[in-house]
Design a binder for this molecule. Sequence first.
Ligand SMILES: NC(=O)c1ccc[n+]([C@@H]2O[C@H](COP(=O)([O-])OP(=O)(O)OC[C@H]3O[C@@H](n4cnc5c(N)ncnc54)[C@H](O)[C@@H]3O)[C@@H](O)[C@H]2O)c1
Length: 345
Amino acid sequence: MKVEKLVVGVIGLGMGAAHLKGAIHYGAEIGAICDTDPKKLNKVGEEQGIPADRRTTDYMDIVNNKEINAVILATPDQQHREQVEKCLEAGKHVMCEKPLALTKDDILAIVKAVEAHPECKFMIGQICRFTPAFVQAKKFIEEGKVGELYFVESEYAHDYLEMFERDAKNWRSDPQRNGVVGGGCHAVDLLRWLVNDDPIEIYAHGTHKLLPYVEYDDANLAIMKFPNNVMGKVFVSTACKRNYTMRTCIYGTKGTLIFDNKSDTMQVFFADENGHGAKGDPTLVPVDLADHNAVAEFKVFADALVNDTEIETSVYEGAKTVMACLAIIESSKTGKIVNPDYSFK
Ligand SMILES: NC(=O)c1ccc[n+]([C@@H]2O[C@H](COP(=O)([O-])OP(=O)(O)OC[C@H]3O[C@@H](n4cnc5c(N)ncnc54)[C@H](O)[C@@H]3O)[C@@H](O)[C@H]2O)c1
């Protein structure tokens, strides 16, 4: 059923503040915003002009608010399952931040809840699918410019050290919030999306030398096999001594794309009609770096509600990405090749 008047609730105002801006930019009414931290709640409320009577520290106020028909969930990963369930039970459409959840049990529960509420739309917030360079890469692949893919690699390399120094008990220190699922899901999801298929075999290795605040490996390297003999590689680091970027290379029979989420150009090599690769400098394709990914992401969610259309980033997309990440962790621990489990019944 089409939503006639979109009234949005936003729960969690870290990344949620970016989504709030996306919702305001879209022209949605903001029914309420929520954060358990009153300081953050009021700061974001003031900045975005949300009246005090539309601010709350209890997310159940949003769940129970009959005016609100769509909820953005941007709370710590461990809370997604319970909050998704509550929102769906209350008949709300939900956009939930990545990763969908941290464990297979929670993934199954969320899939079950979404399936039990077909009247509610659900979107997983895999924001990389809205990052301009990544969108451009997908376009080149779909247009056939890269040819048949044979190797794809990406990474999530992000130094969390200062964040833990400020707050050692940060929710990201939970052993279940392994950096591979928490952040690595961006790179894994990106490759799944660009290849348009799921890795079927994963072999990974992990090491822990940089981040004393966590029990999990702070760096992992995964080698993947996708269907049709496409090779994949993902590097995840939550403490690398480098700026945060997701450097990505896509190799196909007709060309190669080299890009990331921070550069204003993407490097492109296309073979000539004789199949000869470009030996000189790459062609530089401009990339729009404006920070509007969350705006584009919210628009997809909102348009789907207003027009009653399907959302590509479904619960299954979020679930498969996490299952591939869990396979990386399992392989790192066991030293064995793992076949990710994509059955959600
Ligand atoms: N898409 C992206 O690029 C991206 C980037 C960062 C984080 N994330 C994801 O977004 C989610 C939030 O991460 P973050 O970086 O914003 O974390 P954060 O710690 O910066 O912010 C989370 C906020 O939620 C609040 N909160 C915690 N429990 C709450 C509850 N029960 N009800 C209401 N508010 C609550 C906290 O007070 C905090 O302000 C996570 O799932 C994370 O993985 C996604």
